[in-house]
Design a protein around this ligand. Structure first.
Ligand code: PBG
Length: 326
């Protein structure tokens, strides 16, 4: 006890602190989300998410090279189709925006993991994550379209699939559809624990995917719930998910911790658009130090138990981590 024990002894010197540091963010942990749009030579900043862009396929390929050169292992792609429809059929067209993007990247870059977000909200005219019937999303009708969507992503050459729609039974249906089409080696990163969160605000502007009517509370999880997260995670594991995900990350660190303690599965966490834009906005006002807050947040997600972090900060964090090591 004090005065023999003094906790401050190990804090007084940076080299000592480095030696006893318990958690460390590395570039290997990061995945960068990207938005692809139709057209050519387009790189248009998303106003709600500074430093993030709507990229046409040619510019997307350039961006992916930069990300690969930073040492980031993977990107997750979101498609913004030329036109939206009631069912969102562009999402399963072999000539769809995502399919073109996957093909173009794969043609030029071999050493970057291409993950596709699988959902319908960016593709439907009503902005909901599936087939609308009587004002609600029809679960089982949506499963049929999900199977079509994943198989077309696989045909385009995707490396990993990340379903974010929150339909019941989707992981099993998707696994089965991929396996029957000869794609049993494509892993699934399931958005297992996805909350109906207001932190998705900037993304919905970026993807133009705000529901025209209603909200997503009928299929995404209720934020106050925690035991339910374990049930969702367990179901996805049983249905064949290879990686579980918790989303959002920052306001749900307790959920990340619980899921990691409970299941011996690789765990991803999505540091979502609102978490990113909040930091950017505060930093732009000179209220916080952007670099330090970014690293503190990403490290806290790691400390809570995430093995993988999807973040719009991935490029900035990777550049900073490289600078520190050299
Ligand atoms: C698609 C999807 C969303 C996000 C990822 N996939 C939006 C939503 O559910 O409304 C949000 C990502 C972010 O906010 O960064 N369903």
């Amino acid at each position: 006890m004090f005065p023999t024990v003094r906790m401050r002894r190990m804090r007084g010197n940076e080299n000592l602190r480095r030696m006893v540091r318990e958690n460390r963010l590395t570039i290997d942990d990061l995945i960068m989300p990207l938005f692809v749009c139709p057209g050519k030579n387009i790189k248009k900043e998303i106003s709600s998410m500074p430093g993030n862009y709507h990229l046409s396929v040619d510019k997307l390929v350039e961006e992916c090279k930069e990300i690969r050169d930073l040492g980031i292992p993977g990107v997750i792609l979101f498609g913004i189709p030329a036109s939206k429809s009631e069912t969102g059929f562009d999402s399963w067209s072999d000539n769809g925006i995502i399919q073109k993007a996957i093909g173009a990247i794969k043609n030029e870059i071999q050493d970057l993991l291409i993950i596709s977000d699988v959902c319908f909200c960016e593709y439907t005219s009503h902005g909901h994550c599936g087939v609308l019937k009587n004002g609600t999303v029809d679960n089982d009708a949506t499963l049929i379209n999900l199977a079509k969507q994943v198989v077309s992503h696989a045909r385009a050459g995707v490396d990993m699939i990340a379903p974010s729609d929150m339909m019941d039974g989707r992981i099993g249906v998707i696994r089965d559809a991929l396996d029957k089409s000869g794609f049993n080696q494509i892993p699934l990163m399931a958005y297992s624990v996805k909350y109906a969160s207001a932190f998705y605000g900037p993304f919905r502007e970026a993807a133009d995917s705000t529901p025209q009517e209603g909200d997503r509370r009928g299929y995404q999880m209720d934020p106050p719930n925690s035991n339910e997260a374990l049930r969702e995670a367990e179901l996805d594991m049983m249905e064949g998910a290879d990686i579980l995900m918790v989303k959002p990350a920052l306001a749900y660190l307790d959920i990340i911790y619980r899921v990691k303690q409970e299941f011996s599965m690789p765990l991803a966490a999505y540091n979502v658009s609102g978490e990113f834009s909040m930091v950017k906005a505060a930093a732009a006002q000179g209220m916080i130090n952007e670099e330090k807050v970014m690293m503190e947040i990403l490290t806290s997600i790691k400390r809570a138990g995430a093995d993988i972090i999807l973040s719009y900060f991935a490029k900035d964090a990777a550049a900073l981590l490289t600078k520190r090591e050299t």
